[in-house]
Design a protein around this ligand. Structure first.
Ligand SMILES: *Cc1c(COP(=O)(O)O)cnc(C)c1O
Length: 396
């Protein structure tokens, strides 16, 4: 038995709770805040059962009842999700931890977890009849959007910093997207999309400015629970740029509790950033509800170069409510940890994931985490997408 109908009911402003209609083109709420998708979880609970998941597709679409797509024919899938969760025996062992796991999102289409968000967002574009999309991106969101737009036959307009990793540029071009390289950061790219979208007829797929990328990314939370036999870990390390993954997983945990699939326990959510761009860590340390624009943001972890995340308050809420923390690491420590993981475990991960490894070393060292805790690290991308960054360590 597979129950695969969406149970979506409406969208809701993440600040005021004001309701918005589902099944219509939506960006931000009237007050300029991200919208969250809501479902009839009571109906889902009556008609759906976690034991049936094994009969569903081996992709994130196994969670279709809590995804927003109404018609199965709208789904644009390249096999995203259902990524492996692997135990880090040696790396963890050397830190004295015997329960460290890595969720390897680098195995997604286009080599990053951005595939989950964009599969969902582009599927909704198909459902709503949207023909032209635009995105400002630090790199991997652009690659994923270009891929799914190509698969859907939708026109993609991409704006990214001119020093974006070569992989992202080449992928976007190969997927047939219209690419503009900007002398600036993702925030500058976002401004251009904002200024031009009306005249050009583009739908803006910016992080959190449309409601469906969160829904795709939240499946990381469902999958983790399923792979851990419905007992969430004690701590989750997440490399935080725009924070969509953390916000999405936090939402997924609440939904799963309402479905009766997990209890009220939550992992400590640990937002990892880099010293060269750490707006969330600063806000966390200052006890602030929102972040300040981080000037002169700089790091080789392109996905973490987000100087002012729109959903900062949602990230900070999840971190604080969970008893987690926010921590920054240096680029040097990050790259060293990435190479150490590759050497010891045979996994070549993105610098963003490597930042989590460096943060793990720090938090075990400081005693914030205990050796016997169950710890999950999100590696959000493949190391193969960052050959320039790794080349600096291995000159020929
Ligand atoms: C985009 C990106 C991030 C940050 O993701 P958010 O969910 O927006 O915080 C981290 N790592 C990689 C590899 C990325 O592409």
């Amino acid at each position: 038995m597979i129950f695969s109908m969406t149970t979506v009911t409406h969208l809701e402003c993440s600040v005021t709770g004001e309701r918005y209609e589902a099944g219509k083109v939506q960006n931000l709420s009237k007050t300029g805040m991200p919208l969250l998708v809501r479902y009839d979880l009571k109906t889902a609970r009556e008609n759906w059962n976690r034991e049936w998941l094994a009969n569903g597709p081996r992709s994130m679409w196994r969670y279709a009842p809590v995804l927003p797509v109404a018609k199965p024919t709208s789904i644009v899938s390249l096999g995203e999700g259902w990524t492996p969760l692997m135990k880090l025996k040696r790396y963890g062992g050397e830190l004295g931890c015997n329960n460290v796991w890595l969720k390897d999102e680098g195995l997604n289409p286009t080599g990053s977890f951005k595939a989950r968000g964009l599969s969902c967002a582009v599927s909704m574009c198909v459902e709503l009849g949207i023909k032209k999309v635009a995105i400002p991106s630090a790199g991997n969101a652009a690659s994923a959007m270009a891929a799914y737009a190509a698969a859907a036959g939708i026109e993609a307009h991409i704006f990214m910093p001119k020093d974006v990793p070569q992989s992202n540029y080449i992928e976007c071009k190969a997927f047939g997207a219209r690419v503009t390289l900007i002398d600036g950061l993702i925030s500058d790219c976002a401004k251009i999309v904002g200024d031009r979208k009306e005249a050009e007829g583009w739908f803006d797929v910016s992080t959190l400015k449309e409601p469906y990328r969160i829904e795709g990314k939240k499946t990381m939370g469902y999958e983790l629970a399923e792979q851990m036999m419905w007992k969430l870990p004690d701590a989750i390390f997440y490399p935080t740029g725009g924070g969509v993954g953390i916000i999405g997983m936090w939402k997924a945990f609440d939904e799963m509790e309402q479905l009766g699939w997990i209890g009220p326990e939550r992992p400590k959510m640990i937002a990892v950033q880099v010293e060269g761009c750490q707006p969330v860590v600063r806000a966390y340390n200052e006890g602030a509800e929102r972040s300040q624009f981080f000037d002169n943001a700089s790091t080789v972890a392109a996905g973490l170069r987000v100087p002012k995340p729109l959903g900062d308050f949602l990230i900070l809420q999840a971190v604080r409510q969970s008893g987690g923390t926010a921590i920054a690491v240096s680029d040097d420590d990050m790259m060293r940890a990435g190479v150490r993981l590759a050497t010891e475990e045979g996994m070549f991960i993105a610098p963003e994931g490597a930042a989590c490894m460096a943060a793990l070393e720090k938090l075990v060292g400081s005693g914030f985490l205990k050796a016997n805790e169950r710890i999950v690290i999100y590696n959000t991308g493949s190391g193969l997408k960052y050959l320039e960054a790794y080349s600096a360590l291995f000159p020929r």
